[in-house]
Write a protein that binds this ligand. Structure first.
Ligand code: HEM
Length: 121
């Protein structure tokens, strides 16, 4: 299950990075159907598998705050991703949005590996 989780994490970040590059290039490929649908499917699976992993390992996000913080960071990642691809109106805003989203990813990886909270502790 953990391998599936990491695979989905890598897929989610790769697809987001690919769409970010296409956005910078103002490419028509962004309109392709698979690129519009697959990120939602992968991100939904990522959340489902993440929650299943937490249930299986008996990790309650209200008690183990690193997981609570990870879930908050996930929402921030999704929002900064949406900002980067849809709301940002020029290149500097898109690049800032992408760096912001990657910062949240780094926090999530750190939280998963160390189980040490950064903000909620
Ligand atoms: C982009 C989002 C995410 C990233 C980058 C990420 C990253 C990771 C990584 C790298 C690990 C492996 C840690 C290790 O080596 O033991 C992991 C494990 C885990 N993740 Fe995620 N994850 C994400 C989303 C989620 C979500 C949404 C949830 C739950 C709602 C979740 C729950 C867990 C749990 C319970 C583990 C197992 C921890 C353990 O075995 O100690 N993750 N995650």
């Amino acid at each position: 299950m953990k391998h599936l989780h990491i695979t989905l994490v890598v897929l989610s970040i790769s697809l987001f990075t690919y769409r970010f590059i296409l956005t910078l290039m103002a490419s028509k490929k962004l309109d392709s159907k698979w690129l519009k649908i697959s990120p939602h499917v992968i991100d939904t699976f990522l959340i489902i598998v993440g929650i299943s992993l937490a249930v299986k390992l008996h990790i309650n996000p209200m008690e183990q705050l690193w997981l609570g913080e990870k879930i908050i960071a996930l929402f921030a990642y999704i929002f900064t991703g949406y900002y980067t691809l849809k709301l940002a109106r020029n290149r500097p805003m898109q690049i800032l949005g992408y760096l912001g989203a990657m910062g949240w990813v780094m926090l999530m990886v750190r939280l998963a590996m160390t189980r040490e909270v950064m903000f909620l502790g």
